[in-house]
Design a protein around this ligand. Structure first.
Ligand code: NDP
Length: 274
């Protein structure tokens, strides 16, 4: 257990409540503030915003930066702000500038976990800005990314993008196999096995995008564009929405048109980057 601190948590949503509870479990003295009247987590005390700002560390976990910004005012009395509200890199950088102008130490963090995982070994807390992780260790394993306060939000959105694309692909697949009466329970073991194969290609693809050299003896973009067309057609045959396969098909096809047909799939990044 680290040094006991006074910590204020602003926001008692699903995540903020889990954070306050984890701080109590680590022995910190915790006050909480929430816009509406919600029950406070065990062994925490309700405080006004003004009182909250006097704690050693102020942790924010609100729905958006737009909601958070007016609450912080000029940072009156805040020593250290640990922001765990999700946002864009530019929103984080703007808050870092606001903090510097108001004499506030700023840690920008993102939580790669759901509330139920807070305080467990499964939770990673990526952070940037100030290198001092303060109370982040109470929530999970802190991973420092660098001085640029926008880095945590950048990694967060990049990683979540992979998650959302995977979930979208999985749901499209369930709808497709479901059109033939196949249940999720029958299909999902094959899907998870297949994903573990797919992830083995990522390091090689990453290197190709870095060197911008896309020669392949595995699978050309041409054949993948044809495959995506088949996926969209098969969905349409079954009366399904084909937004996702069609969008991927169109993107891949644009890369094909600018001369990457014989290259590997990683060459699609050339179309994304522009
Ligand atoms: P909730 O919707 O459960 O809670 C939202 C919080 O924001 C509540 O405290 C709410 O107050 C407050 N809020 C909303 N609007 C206002 C306003 N206008 N003024 C003041 N307070 C306001 O969201 P979560 O707790 O799930 O998420 C909070 C943050 O944590 C988000 O940025 C989210 O992206 C991030 N996060 C959440 C994860 C999750 O799995 N839940 C995972 C990783 C990050 P009130 O109770 O009064 O409505």
């Amino acid at each position: 257990m680290g040094t006991k601190k006074s910590v204020s948590v602003l926001g008692l949503g699903r995540m903020g409540s889990a954070l306050a509870t984890a701080l109590v479990e680590q022995g910190h003295e915790v006050t909480v503030w929430n816009r509406s009247d919600k029950p406070v987590p065990v062994n925490t005390t309700r405080a006004t915003l003004e009182e909250s700002f006097r704690s050693d560390v102020v942790v924010t976990c609100l729905s958006t930066y737009d909601v958070q910004r007016p609450l912080l005012g000029n940072g009156d009395g805040i020593k250290t702000l640990v922001n765990l509200t999700s946002g864009t890199p530019e929103q984080a950088r703007a808050t870092a500038r606001w903090a510097a102008a108001n004499g506030v130490e700023y840690v920008d963090g993102v939580i790669m976990a759901v509330p139920q995982q807070i305080g467990t070994a499964q939770a990673r807390i990526l952070f940037s800005g100030s290198a001092n992780h303060h109370v982040l260790g109470a929530f999970g394993e802190p991973v420092y990314l660098g001085e640029d306060a926008g880095l945590a939000a950048l990694y967060d959105l990049a990683l979540l993008g992979i998650m959302w694309s995977t979930f979208g692909g999985y749901l499209q697949a369930l709808a497709l196999v479901g059109s033939a009466g196949i249940t999720p329970r029958q299909f999902t073991p094959l899907a998870t096995d297949w994903l573990s194969v797919v992830t083995t290609f990522l390091p090689g693809m990453g290197e190709e995008t870095h060197s911008r050299s896309y020669e392949t003896d595995v699978s050309a973009l041409d054949i993948n564009v044809s495959g995506l067309r088949l996926l969209a057609e098969a969905g349409a045959e079954q009366g399904l929405d084909t937004t996702l396969p069609q969008a991927l098909h169109d993107l891949f096809e644009r890369a094909q048109r600018i001369g990457h047909g014989a290259h590997g799939i990683a060459s699609v990044i050339e179309e994304i980057r522009k």
